[in-house]
Design a protein around this ligand. Structure first.
Ligand code: ZN
Length: 177
């Protein structure tokens, strides 16, 4: 089975369930993103998916999407390489929260309490499931200047995910991860 082939959001695998027929890849990094959209402007998963497809991706570049109400949507099977952090896609999982811009359009940590809770639970689950060595924010990764000519989501904003992931590790894991 091909990644994202004819994927409909309604047909995506339930949270935590493995997609049949896909071989698991090595995952050692979790990269946190924001959608870089105004937190007061709802961005349904279907629209996020379409936005990425319009930019040439087969489906949403992130693996998980956390909405403002804390609902977690699986967007791309974790078995499939994502399209969210150039140079790190092969061995990482991309997690994005809805928002990252305030009502004035300025970058801000707009995560709701529900989003923060959902993010903690999701990241902890992924760290349990995979041999994750580090959890980082998108902006913590140096860009891979390979100039491959593709416009990838990470190029849309440089401040993503608009909060310091390093400051959350204590809360998420009780220690620096
Ligand atoms: Zn990002």
């Amino acid at each position: 089975m091909d990644c994202c082939q004819d994927t409909q959001l309604s047909a995506l695998h339930p949270d935590g369930q493995k997609e049949k027929g896909l071989r698991m890849r090595r995952i050692d990094t979790i990269v946190i993103h924001c959608t870089a959209t105004r937190a007061d402007c709802p961005l349904p998963p279907s629209r996020l998916d379409r936005m990425h497809r319009e930019r040439g991706f087969r489906c949403c570049g992130y693996h998980y999407y956390i909405r403002t109400d804390g609902t977690v949507f699986p967007m791309r099977p974790v078995e499939c390489e994502g399209a969210h952090a150039r140079g790190y896609n092969a061995t990482s999982v991309g997690v994005a929260y809805e928002g990252g811009l305030d009502a004035g359009g300025s970058p801000a940590d707009t995560r709701t309490a529900a989003q923060k809770d959902a993010m903690r639970v999701l990241v902890r689950r992924l760290v349990k499931e995979f041999p994750v060595r580090r959890v980082v924010g998108h902006r913590d990764l140096s860009p891979d200047a390979d100039g491959d000519g593709k416009v990838e989501p990470e190029e849309w904003t440089k401040v993503c995910p608009c909060f310091e992931v390093g400051d959350c590790l204590q809360e998420w894991f009780g220690k620096r991860h």
